[in-house]
Ligand binder design. Structure first.
Ligand SMILES: CC(C)(COP(=O)(O)OP(=O)(O)OC[C@H]1O[C@@H](n2cnc3c(N)ncnc32)[C@H](O)[C@@H]1OP(=O)(O)O)[C@@H](O)C(=O)NCCC(=O)NCCS
Length: 175
């Protein structure tokens, strides 16, 4: 299977809409802590505002022929966007700079997992996040029950920092 990797410009994010919504359903299916919190989560409520609020976005799709079979979405944003009515994702004082990096969404369709595609997408995203010399803090938020994703990110060097929302989300950091 020859997979190509394609950069998706911000104005074309609807190309990953169906996969973003699949990701939300997938995460809900695994969650045991407050799975109902996923009910309000969708491409429109999560990805669209996130892309708008970020200073920079980086979306890479994995292509099998003309079909998008997976994507990863990372961004760089002012740290304040992570303190809102939904949650405070981390201690603001623990971040020295104004901005943080986030590997925000990651999804491969079933049948395309555990073949190394995720590792390629991860490396591309990490290189992008690392290219911001003035941003030292990178975050990944994993929802509860997703043991494989947690293992995946730990194997890449991210460390569990803390949990929020009664353990609904596990916060990982690069330091
Ligand atoms: C998580 C995900 C992005 C990983 O991508 P992937 O292509 O499956 O992972 P890779 O094949 O590159 O595997 C990388 C490593 O993770 C490990 N791994 C991958 N899937 C795993 C699984 N289901 N259980 C345990 N380990 C797993 C592999 O063993 C591999 O380790 P190695 O490098 O020592 O061989 C992908 O499986 C996925 O999209 N899952 C469904 C959606 C999801 O959970 N997204 C994350 C939301 S936070």
């Amino acid at each position: 299977m020859a997979i190509r990797y394609e950069l998706i410009p911000d104005e074309q994010i609807t190309r990953v809409k169906h996969l973003c919504n699949e990701l939300m359903s997938y995460q809900k299916s695994l969650a045991t802590v407050r799975p109902e919190l996923f009910n309000g989560m969708s491409f429109e409520s999560r990805m669209v505002p996130s892309v708008k609020n970020a200073k920079a976005n980086y979306i890479i799709a994995a292509m099998d022929g003309d079909e998008i079979v997976g994507y990863v979405y990372s961004n760089v944003s002012p740290k304040e966007v992570y303190s809102n009515e939904f949650a405070t994702f981390f201690d603001m004082d623990s971040v020295k700079g104004n901005d943080v990096g986030c590997l925000s969404q990651f999804y491969l369709k079933e049948g395309y997992r555990s073949m190394g595609i995720g590792s390629v997408l991860y490396e591309k995203s990490k290189d992008w996040l690392d290219s911001f010399d003035d941003i030292h803090d990178q975050f990944i938020y994993v929802s509860n029950g997703n043991v494989a994703a947690l293992q995946f990110y730990k194997s890449k060097g991210f460390k569990v920092s803390h949990q929020i929302l009664d353990g609904f989300i596990i916060v990982l950091r690069n330091t």
